[in-house]
Design a protein around this ligand. Structure first.
Ligand code: PLP
Length: 353
């Protein structure tokens, strides 16, 4: 009976947002929960967070913890783009598709300009073409202000440091600043083996949305600013957005635990390995085709809807990806087990046969 019950338990591959909080993060919250502490980010843990991030990123930076990735993105974009500014991003960018206009709202009206590229990575030539189509002297057009890159991307691919550097060089050459949506930066770090500096400021990124929630935190994200001048007004902007936590120590404690002792890389490595195993297995199932390279923790497949329905009936939970008929996304998290992957693959094989 126990075996039957465990077989009937569903396997949740809808998103890494569905994963529980990592025990190490909960323990850090518990440790932070001793006595009184200064509020609104004046506490010792938030000071320690800044120090540990400076060490990990090998530079002087400023950190502004917030509760959501959308807030981090929208605040960062508002720092880079005036209301009459233009922000270049991939059409699949979370900024453009899933934030209900928050970047436009926080910036007071900046315009998002889509720039294509395979597997949700902005193509360098397409970006150059988009830039040259703009006339910064034409008062009728939005003023090119920023480039936003997602690392890892919304389709589970990863930019190399070289690709980031090339895009950042074009952006800076045209007077734009660069934002990175790092909701899944740790997965990109684990995939490339690069240092945090190599994938961000050393390649030219000016401001980063550092995510932790999808990789084991409870509600902890941050705007990380590498370029000091870009911090101007951000403290008030965060307050105005309702993202200045009075008990910030509990957000900072999560982020500190996340980067200290490389917990973020360990958790992201586990998620990436689970996704790679899933992708390797699915590649061998007749009728299933991988739609994008699996370089982080997300697996995109094309499959007949009968197969997708069969998997769902067998308790495998995942999303159909909008915009394309037979495209599905399966997301592994740090706690997706080998047994779960084996069960999904066994189901897929059985259904395909
Ligand atoms: C690439 C990316 N950026 C940003 C976010 C925003 O995170 P949140 O849902 O915490 O606002 C998400 C969430 O799914 C995401 O996938």
């Amino acid at each position: 009976l126990r075996q039957l019950a465990s077989e009937l338990e569903s396997i949740d591959l809808r998103s890494d947002n569905e994963a529980p909080v990592a025990p190490e993060i909960l323990a850090a919250i518990e440790r932070a929960n001793r006595g009184a502490a200064d509020s609104y980010g004046e506490d010792a843990i938030t000071a320690r967070l800044r120090a540990v991030l400076c060490e990990r990123f090998e530079t002087q930076l400023e950190v502004f913890p917030v509760f959501t990735g959308t807030a981090a993105n929208a605040l960062a974009i508002a720092q880079l783009a005036p209301a009459f500014g233009a922000v270049f991003c991939h059409p699949q960018a979370h900024l453009a598709t899933d934030e209900c206009g928050a970047p436009e709202f926080y910036s007071g009206g900046a315009k998002l300009i889509p720039v294509p590229g395979e597997h949700a990575r902005i193509d360098a030539e397409a970006f150059a073409a988009a830039l040259s189509a703009c006339d910064a002297d034409d008062v009728h057009q939005s003023l090119p202000a920023a480039l936003s890159l997602s690392q890892s991307t919304e389709l589970g691919s990863v930019y190399s440091p070289r690709a980031i550097a090339e895009l950042c060089a074009s952006a800076h050459g045209a007077g734009l600043s660069v934002h990175m949506d790092g909701a899944r930066l740790a997965n990109a770090l684990a995939h490339t083996g690069c240092s945090p500096a190599e994938l961000t400021w050393r390649a030219g990124v000016d401001i980063l949305s550092l995510g932790a929630t999808k990789n084991g935190a409870l509600a902890a994200e941050a705007v990380v600013v590498f370029e000091r001048a870009l911090t101007d007004g951000l403290a008030r902007r965060r307050k105005r957005a309702g993202q200045l936590a009075s008990k910030m120590r509990f957000v900072s404690a999560q982020l500190e635990a996340y980067v200290r002792d490389d917990l973020w890389l360990r958790l992201a490595g586990q998620a990436n390995r689970a996704a790679a195993a899933l992708a390797a297995g699915l590649r061998g199932v007749p009728g299933i085709e991988l739609a994008h390279p699996v370089e982080a923790n997300e697996v995109f497949v094309r499959m007949p809807s009968s197969l997708a329905d069969g998997l769902a009936k067998d308790g495998v939970r995942f999303h159909r990806w909008p915009g394309e008929h037979a495209l599905y996304r399966l997301v592994a998290s740090y706690c997706t087990s080998d047994a779960e992957i084996e069960r999904v693959l066994a189901c897929a094989m059985r259904l395909a046969a």
